[in-house]
Design a protein around this ligand. Sequence first.
Ligand code: ADP
Ligand code: 5GP
Length: 184
Amino acid sequence: MKSRLFVMSAPSGAGKTTLKDLVIKEFPDLCYSISATTRPPREGEIDGIHYFFKTREEFKKMIAENDLVEWNEVHGNFYGTPKSFVEKKLSEGMRVLFDLDVFGKVNFDKVYPDATGILVLPPSMEILEQRLRHRATDCEAVIELRLSNAKKEIEFAKQYGKYEFTIINDNLERAADELRKILS
Ligand code: ADP
Ligand code: 5GP
C-alpha cells in the first residue's frame, strides 16, 4: 500500500510553503501537519493555522511528555510534530503532508519509515538569498544564519536523506505541477 504520509524539506527560502499552499487545496483528502515551534510568529501568521506557537518551557514539556513524533532545533528555535494530530488524521483516513527540516526528517523516518520524502531546492544559492531577502520576514542576522545552514542542509539531505523526489523550484508553476503529480 502507498504511504499516506508525505514529507517536504527544503532550505529556508526555497519556496516550500509557497508550493504547499498553492497545491494542497486541490487535494481534499490531504491535510497539512501543523508543527509546534518556539519561533515568534511572523506578520500574518496565526496560532493553530501556521504553527502552534509555544514558549520554550511549553515546548520542553511536550518533549518530556512524549507528545512529539520528532523535534529539532532549527536556526535557533525548536520545531516539532505533534503526535496526536497525525494519529487523528490517519484514523480519519486522511493523508498528511509534513514540513520538516532535513535532520528532523531522519528522526521522523524512524517512526514512519514508509513516508514519501520530497526535497525542494532553489535553482542556485544566489536565488535562495534573493528570495530570503525579498520575503523580508527575517532580520539580517537570521537571513545570514539561514543561508549558512542551507549549505549544510543541502549536503546532508543529498548524502543521508531519504527523499524519493527532488523538485527544483525555478519556475513556480512548473514546480507546482511536479508536486501535484507526486501527491496525485
Ligand atoms: P520556504 O517555505 O521554503 O522558507 P517560501 O515559500 O516562504 O519559502 O518562499 C520564499 C520566498 O520566495 C517568498 O517570498 C516566495 O514568494 C518566493 N518564491 C517561492 N517560490 C518562488 C519561485 N518559484 N520563483 C520566485 N519566487 C518564489
Ligand atoms: P520557518 O521558521 O521558516 O517556518 O521554518 C524553519 C525550518 O523549520 C524549516 O526548515 C522547516 O522545514 C522546519 N520545520 C518546520 N516545522 C518542523 C517540525 O515540525 N519539525 C522539524 N524537524 N522541522 C520543522
